[in-house]
Design a protein around this ligand. Sequence first.
Ligand code: 1CP
Length: 347
Amino acid sequence: MPLSETPLLRALRGDRPDTAPVWFMRQAGRSLPEYRELRVGTRMLDACLDPALAAEITLQPVRRHGVDAAIFFSDIVVPLRLAGVAVEIEPGRGPVFADPVRTASDVVALTSIDPAEVAAASQPIRDAVAIIAAELGERTPLIGFAGAPFTLAAYLVEGGPSKEHLRARAMMHADPESWHRLAGWLARVASEFLAVQADAGASAVQLFDSWAGSLSREDYRTFVAPHSRAALEDARGRVPIIHFGVGTGPILPDMRLGGIADAVGADWRTPLDEAAQLLGPDVTVQGNIDPALLRAPWLVLEAHVLDVLRRGRAARAHIVNLGHGVPPDTDPAVLTRIVELIHSGRA
Ligand code: 1CP
């Protein structure tokens, strides 16, 4: 079966394969003992830049769970590291920047880096994607990804993870010129990173605007959506596009980015039939099993998954996923069982 006929790529075109495709955000990672074993002694970003290791980690959940897509093992801050920005991922915390980008002159200094540096330093990414694509063959598509400008800025301006992303949201209003300069530069960085992955063999891309749900609709439209769209402009027409954020119920229609997203992901707060109605008939929905229910008794979780599938039928097509990433303490056998349930066609 050519890749174009795999359930994921069909669903992204709006077809309804016999059984809905399923994959999980953060399917590669700490829920898998084989991942924890491979990562011993290697820092997160070093693992991302080791082609053989990144390829192996990407393939682990495909082998174990039989999911319908691989997602490239990397991180949203990898292209910033490739551009020369001082960033580390601290275990148990997340991305931390040595020099937060807070003032107008910080923004000027950062954006003086040519985004083409990302492509120039991306050989480890190309090599990893090539290994993965060769291994997956025509059976399973690989999804490439990037962080959206706002979510990247939320880390850069704060200097690390934050709950409400106050500093980045403040910059939009206190110094809109610096904000647009920063977000425009981050869009080009994300675009370069997506192009590297698509050129090397990724069959689809997902833009993660994980923290977009912290924005008012007005701010999303004025300060964020144009930059997210710019990040995807080059990918458009080359590979299908999935756009995802957490807590985005009120801005879901805006997440279509004027029609350039082939699929929009929703978290567990918005029932998929409502999401489908908000998004209209021209877009595939992705989601939205509640990650909290992965710890519930199987019969409770099974009923929830069947409900998600039923609601997903309101959309033109449905890609099953969680509403956000796999929690690190998830029993991986539960994920395998969800895949088996969906593939059984019993739903
Ligand atoms: O040492 C470790 O194992 C660190 C944990 C970890 C992992 C496995 C981090 C740190 N990143 C990753 C990989 C990763 N990051 C993937 C791999 C592919 C897969 O899904 O299997 C992806 C797609 C990401 C993207 C990413 N990084 C996002 C967007 C997705 C999301 O979850 O919303 C975000 C927000 C990040 C930042 C980040 N990186 C790592 C952590 C712990 C965080 C979040 C920190 C925070 O809460 O703000």
